[in-house]
Design a protein around this ligand. Structure first.
Ligand SMILES: O=P(O)(O)OC[C@H]1O[C@](O)(COP(=O)(O)O)[C@@H](O)[C@@H]1O
Ligand SMILES: [Mg+2]
Ligand SMILES: [Mg+2]
Length: 362
C-alpha cells in the first residue's frame, strides 16, 4: 500500500533534468517548493470544519470576489513555501492585484511563478474537490525583481505548469514540457508518488461540461454546439452525450485528462467588462499547457489559448479545452457559424473533421 517502489516527484524531476545538462536545479527546487505548498493546503482542506477552515474570510480580492478563508490561507502558504527559495524573480497570485514583493536582501532567481492558490472556491463549503494551479515562466531579467509587464508572456513560453487536486486523494499533475505526469500523495509517507506516468487525453469524447445557466448569454456557435450535443442520437451528431459541471476547473481538467471530454467557459455577453470567466495567466495558460502536452487541445474558440498575448495580470478570456476533435469542431463553428448547415448530410458524412460521426451516416 505504501508504493515505495514507485518514483517520487523528486526522482521524476531529477530524471527530467537529464534532458537539460545545463540546468542548475533551480526549476526543480521551485517545483518541489510548490509541491510542499500543495501538501500543506491539502492538509488544511482535509481538516475542513475541524480546523475552522470553511466559510468566508470577510474580504474581497482584486477582482471584487468574496474571499474564502481557504483562499487567503492557501495564498499565504504558497507565498511562504516559495519566496525564500532563491529561484524566483517574482510571483503573481489571483488574490493579489500586483506582483507580490519578494523578501528584501535576498538573491533573485530566473523564474516567475504565477498561481491560483485555491481554485473552485465555491466548492469549499460543500466538500467537493478543489485545487491549486501554477505556471512557471522565465524572468526576462534574471536576478532582478520582476515588474508586472514581465509576466505578460504567452502560454507557449511556460517552462512548467501543473495543478494539485484535493479530492478523495490528493494528486499533483505536472508538465515540464515532456508530456504530463500524475503523482498521488501518500499522506503517511508525506510524499508524491508517480502513479500516472504518461497521461493522454482521448481524441474523441461524448461528454461535455458547461455552465448551462449562462445559456442566454452564449454566442450562436456555442449555442449550436450544445444544442447538437443535447439532440443526442436523433440530432446531427447521431450520438447521445453526457454532461458534467463541477464548477472546479481543476476537477473538470482532471476528469478530462482521465477519460476525455470537452470543457467550455466561453466568451459570453453576461458582463461586457468580462470577456469570459476564467483568468488567462493562472487558470487558462497552465491548464492549456497541461492539456496540450497530453495531446488535447486548448483554445479561446478562436485561437490557441497558449498563443494569446496577455494584456493584464488578471485578464479574463473565453476558454475551451479537452478532446481534440470536439475542440476543433467548436473552433470551426466559431470560424464559420453556419458551417455544414446548408447541407446537413455531407458535413457529417465526409471523412473530415466530423468523420467520427458514424451513427449519423448509417
Ligand atoms: O461558478 P461558475 O460560474 O460555474 O464558475 C466556475 C469556475 O469558477 C472557478 O471556481 C474560478 O476559480 P476560483 O475559485 O479560483 O476563483 C473555476 O474553478 C470554475 O471553473
Ligand atoms: Mg480558479
Ligand atoms: Mg482561486
Amino acid at each position: 500500500m505504501f508504493n515505495i517502489e514507485r518514483s517520487t516527484l523528486t526522482e521524476y524531476l531529477i530524471d527530467q533534468r537529464r534532458h537539460h545538462p545545463e540546468a542548475t536545479g533551480e526549476l526543480n527546487a521551485l517545483i518541489l517548493q510548490v509541491a510542499q505548498a500543495c501538501k500543506a493546503i491539502s492538509r488544511a482542506v482535509a481538516h475542513g470544519a475541524l480546523a475552522d477552515m470553511l466559510g468566508d474570510h470577510g474580504s474581497a480580492n482584486v477582482q471584487g470576489e468574496q474571499q474564502k478563508k481557504l483562499d487567503v490561507l492557501a495564498d499565504g502558504i504558497f507565498l511562504r513555501a516559495t519566496h525564500w527559495g532563491g529561484g524566483l524573480a517574482g510571483m503573481v497570485s489571483e488574490e493579489n492585484e500586483a506582483p507580490i514583493p519578494l523578501p528584501a536582501g535576498h538573491a533573485r532567481g530566473k523564474y516567475l511563478l504565477v498561481f491560483d492558490p485555491l481554485d473552485g472556491s465555491s466548492n469549499i463549503d460543500v466538500n467537493v474537490a478543489v485545487g491549486s494551479i501554477f505556471s512557471i515562466l522565465r524572468a526576462p531579467t534574471p536576478g532582478e525583481d520582476a515588474v508586472a509587464d514581465d509576466f505578460l508572456q504567452p502560454g507557449t513560453r511556460q517552462v512548467a505548469a501543473g495543478y494539485a487536486i484535493y479530492g478523495p486523494s490528493t494528486m499533483l499533475v505536472l508538465s515540464v514540457g515532456t508530456g504530463v505526469a500524475g503523482f498521488t500523495f501518500n499522506p503517511i509517507l508525506g510524499d508524491f508518488f508517480l502513479t500516472h506516468p504518461d497521461i493522454r487525453v482521448p481524441d474523441t469524447t461524448r461528454e461535455f461540461a458547461i455552465n448551462a445557466s449562462n445559456s442566454r448569454f452564449w454566442e450562436p456557435p456555442v449555442r449550436r454546439y450544445v444544442d447538437e450535443c443535447l439532440a443526442g442520437r436523433s440530432g446531427p451528431r447521431g450520438a447521445d452525450f453526457n454532461m458534467r459541471w463541477i464548477a472546479s476547473l481543476v476537477a473538470e481538467t482532471h476528469r478530462i485528462l482521465m477519460r476525455g471530454g470537452v470543457f467550455l467557459y466561453p466568451r459570453d455577453s453576461k458582463d461586457p467588462g468580462r470577456p469570459g470567466r476564467l483568468r488567462l495567466l493562472y487558470e487558462c495558460n497552465p491548464i492549456g499547457f497541461i492539456v496540450e502536452q497530453a495531446g488535447g487541445r486548448a483554445s479561446t474558440a478562436r485561437m490557441p489559448v497558449l498563443e494569446v498575448e496577455p494584456e493584464a495580470l488578471h485578464q479574463r478570456i473565453g476558454f475551451v479545452f479537452g478532446s481534440r476533435q470536439e475542440v476543433e469542431r467548436i473552433e470551426t463553428y466559431h470560424a464559420d457559424p453556419t458551417a455544414g448547415l446548408d447541407s446537413p448530410l455531407p458535413l457529417f458524412n465526409t471523412r473530415s473533421l466530423f468523420s467520427d460521426n458514424h451513427a449519423f451516416s448509417q
